[in-house]
Design a protein around this ligand. Sequence first.
Ligand SMILES: NC(=O)c1ccc[n+]([C@@H]2O[C@H](COP(=O)([O-])OP(=O)(O)OC[C@H]3O[C@@H](n4cnc5c(N)ncnc54)[C@H](O)[C@@H]3O)[C@@H](O)[C@H]2O)c1
Length: 251
Amino acid sequence: MIDLTGKVVLITGAGGEIGSATARTLVRAGGQVVLHDIDEQALAAIAAALGEAADSVTSDLSDPAATEDLWDRALAIHGRIDVLVNMAGIYPSASLDDPLEQWLEVWDRSVAVNLISPAVLCRGAVQAFAAQTGGGIIINIASRAAFHGEDPDYWHYAAAKAGIVAMTKTIARHYGRQGVTAFAIAPGYVDTAFNAAFRDKFGVEAAAADTGLGEVAQPQDVANTIAFLASGLARHTTGATIDLNGASYVR
Ligand SMILES: NC(=O)c1ccc[n+]([C@@H]2O[C@H](COP(=O)([O-])OP(=O)(O)OC[C@H]3O[C@@H](n4cnc5c(N)ncnc54)[C@H](O)[C@@H]3O)[C@@H](O)[C@H]2O)c1
């Protein structure tokens, strides 16, 4: 049922754990992927595994100007992008006990990577999708933190991800008639090294105990949801945020 044949998908953070699972899944469904990451080694590994179905672009999302250039380079590869997956993200800690300058430095970096660069890519996508036959689909990776809040050292992350949700709703409400649909996914704890700080302190079992399923999500669970949204089968879900947290937080 899910067939991405003929679709070009740009995935940021594709060298990461959820990003690479997503890339593999979308290619298995017939898609052509443009993989992005700042980590050239991780990017090369996933690109090599996917062969001719994948192209790669590197760029630092902490720089919005470089991000605009990334969009242009990615678009030029096939002359169109049908689906944008804003996956890249960072999770640095910022303690209240840190000096203000240091605390704000983390805010700046987090908001740049987790919110502003995804916004720059959405901006490019809305303009391109509105101008092309068939429109396009935006899938933004938010977080349970947007609704539930986050641990004390991560105010910036919760705030940035809440911004992603609000931005996604805004795009969905205003550009649907021009062929643009937009979705957010809000994962809870996914079993990746992104959560190393929590896992090392409390263990993955603590996160699993908090869910209704008694287990944490794997990268493949997020990838499956992205494949469904990317297929276009959920068009009338535009503007929605899909919770993916094993009922650890039901809203
Ligand atoms: N793992 C979780 O529990 C969880 C939960 C909720 C949301 N998320 C979100 O899922 C996404 C992927 O998370 P993951 O667990 O796969 O983490 P990950 O660290 O494996 O992947 C993130 C990727 O983003 C890339 N990246 C980081 N900074 C960058 C920059 N400045 N420029 C370009 N690329 C950059 C990294 O190189 C990495 O490959 C993130 O947006 C994260 O916020 C993860």
